[in-house]
Design a protein around this ligand. Structure first.
Ligand SMILES: Nc1ncnc2c1ncn2[C@@H]1O[C@H](COP(=O)(O)OP(=O)(O)OP(=O)(O)O)[C@@H](O)[C@H]1O
Length: 270
């Protein structure tokens, strides 16, 4: 299947990337020969079982780790250049907010650190509060917010420098099902309003299918690209899509990748 995005500009290129942790004799090959592109404005999920290297791959893209071999480029530049110019934001599973700062002050932090003029960014922060639906809570402190609201603050903070790219590492996995589904919908709205390219790590098949234009299925030990699947569910996704036959078919297609993988491993073991 070819994606609509294949006509578009490559934003992130991952070429033959491998990652090894540890020293000689006690080495773990976390990722082996990973190759794929992410296109501008695309939503791509990295999906796979625990330990297959999803977070490692995201950290390599974000220049938090260096590959053992292979290359990653973002907008044709090394991730380090891109990181130094703050062209991506990151959201982790834990929102890591500063408890003594209000919602507004948490969102303002990256702008403050860069010495931007408070009067100039005030309007931008108001817009971000509106985008994540927290205007009424701007003077609250993190401990006064639910887990979902805290994660919305983390998303707004990651967007504060208006980076073209957002890396998200299992941002909703600690939340209850209801909050998770609500935030998934909100994230798609945020993406529509801000036009970001998003790389999203998850181990949830329905989450990956609901959110993504493409799902990159990774297999484990070592982490490799098993399959790359298009998700042609359109740009306007409502909660009802989760009930549709098409959604179930796509989820089944992803699930099958894992069954085939574990059957192959069983055969190898004998
Ligand atoms: N800093 C590290 N030192 C040594 N090994 C590591 C390190 N980070 C990750 N690994 C190993 O690399 C492999 C991939 O880990 P990673 O956390 O990327 O997987 P994951 O798919 O994100 O898992 P999960 O879904 O559980 O978060 C695992 O075998 C892990 O133990």
């Amino acid at each position: 299947m070819s994606s609509n995005f294949s006509q578009k500009k490559v934003e992130i290129s991952v070429e033959g990337v491998s990652m090894v942790f540890g020293k000689k004799g006690r080495q773990v090959t976390a990722l082996q020969d990973i190759t794929f592109d992410v296109y501008q404005n695309e939503f791509v999920s990295l999906l796979g079982p625990s330990g297959c290297g999803k977070s490692t791959l995201l950290r390599l893209m974000a220049d938090l780790l260096q590959p053992a071999s292979g290359q990653i480029s973002i907008q044709k530049e090394h991730p380090r250049e891109v990181r130094l110019r703050r062209k991506f934001g990151i959201v982790f599973q834990n929102p890591t907010l500063f408890e003594w700062r209000t919602v507004r002050e948490n969102i303002e932090l990256p702008l403050e650190v860069l010495g931007r003029n408070r009067h100039e960014y005030s309007v931008l922060v108001d817009q971000l509060l509106d985008i994540v639906g927290l205007t009424k809570f701007k003077e609250h402190y993190p401990w006064q917010l639910s887990g979902g609201m805290q994660q919305r603050v983390a998303i707004a903070r990651a967007l504060s420098l208006d980076p073209p790219i957002l890396f998200m590492d299992e941002p909703f996995s600690a939340l209850d099902e209801f909050t998770k589904e609500k935030l998934q919908l909100e994230l798609l709205e945020i993406k529509k309003k801000t036009n970001k390219t998003i790389v999203f790590v998850t181990h949830s098949i329905p989450e990956a299918v609901f959110l993504s234009n493409r799902v990159i299925v990774l297999s484990a030990h070592p982490g490799r690209v098993h399959t790359i699947l298009d998700v042609p569910l359109g740009d306007t996704r409502t909660a009802l899509i989760r009930e549709s036959e098409h959604f179930h078919e796509l989820s089944a297609a992803v699930r099958n990748c894992f069954y085939k993988e574990s059957e192959a491993i069983d055969e190898q073991i004998g």
